[in-house]
Design a protein around this ligand. Structure first.
Ligand SMILES: Cc1cc2nc3c(=O)[nH]c(=O)nc-3n(C[C@H](O)[C@H](O)[C@H](O)COP(=O)(O)O)c2cc1C
Length: 223
């Protein structure tokens, strides 16, 4: 297999896992994932990301407290959410939402059921571990860009070890709670979380795969 085939195979196998088995991932495997993800490029090699990783009882303490906080608190992310997803971006956003709802049997327009499914974010979809990903506030969108590359590499490295992941902006939306829970310094932005563990392959939430635009859709070739 060539390197591009190997890379493509890992990218093709990865998906956002929304139902995990409870079995823990060995700490050595999580450290291996981080060591591999560390190899991404960043502007002037600043490597601005920091990660808090939970295991065992600490994951459950966080899960329970997060679920309670999200049940009573409106979203308040450190980095403001986009004002909207216009045009094709909104179309793609709705398409992946409907794929999830179809998979788990939620009828279009059933707001109560979709809200319940959304709240599964705050149960970490049953994952035994979560990584909280932060970047220095002073680096602004450039720190976030570097950290986004790290998040992608993290998910791919995990996949390569058979560990399923899901990046979650929903958890960053509870930034004041997350900051207080983990005593995260005010000068860092909480950008997202990554829940991880072994996928439950039989759960309907894991039964669909999202589409991608074609190369022609995204590349303008000039010569
Ligand atoms: C930065 C980021 C934040 C995300 N936040 C959430 C989230 O809060 N909840 C969720 O269910 N999925 C979340 N996702 C997963 C996306 O919905 C998913 O990546 C996208 O639909 C493509 O599907 P795939 O990851 O299965 O290929 C997030 C993904 C990224 C990269």
């Amino acid at each position: 297999m060539t390197q591009i085939d190997t890379l493509d195979a890992v990218l093709s196998a990865r998906f956002s896992c929304r139902a995990f088995r409870p079995d823990p991932v060995p700490r050595a495997d999580i450290e291996r994932i981080l060591a591999t993800a560390q190899k991404v490029p960043s502007w002037c090699n600043a490597q601005p990301w920091q990660v808090i990783v939970t295991a065992g009882a600490e994951t459950d303490r966080f899960r329970d407290a997060l679920y309670a906080a999200a049940s009573r608190t409106a979203p308040a992310p450190d980095m403001p959410w986009p004002d909207g997803y216009p045009g094709i971006y909104g179309t793609r956003r709705r398409a992946c939402g409907f794929q999830l709802y179809d998979a788990v049997g939620i009828e279009k327009g059933d707001r109560a059921a979709s809200a319940r499914q959304m709240m599964e974010n705050y149960r970490l979809f049953g994952a035994p571990h979560v990584a909280i990903v932060t970047s220095p506030a002073v680096l602004g969108p450039y720190g976030a860009m570097d950290t986004g590359g790290f998040v992608t590499a993290f998910c791919l490295a995990a996949q390569a070890l058979g560990v399923a992941t899901i990046p979650q902006a929903a958890i960053a939306a509870q930034a004041p709670f997350v900051r207080a829970h983990f005593d995260i310094a005010e000068d860092r932005h909480i950008l997202c979380a990554i829940s991880m563990g072994y996928a439950d392959p039989d759960h309907p939430a894991n039964s669909f795969r999202t589409d991608r635009a074609t190369v022609a859709d995204v590349m303008e070739w000039k010569e």
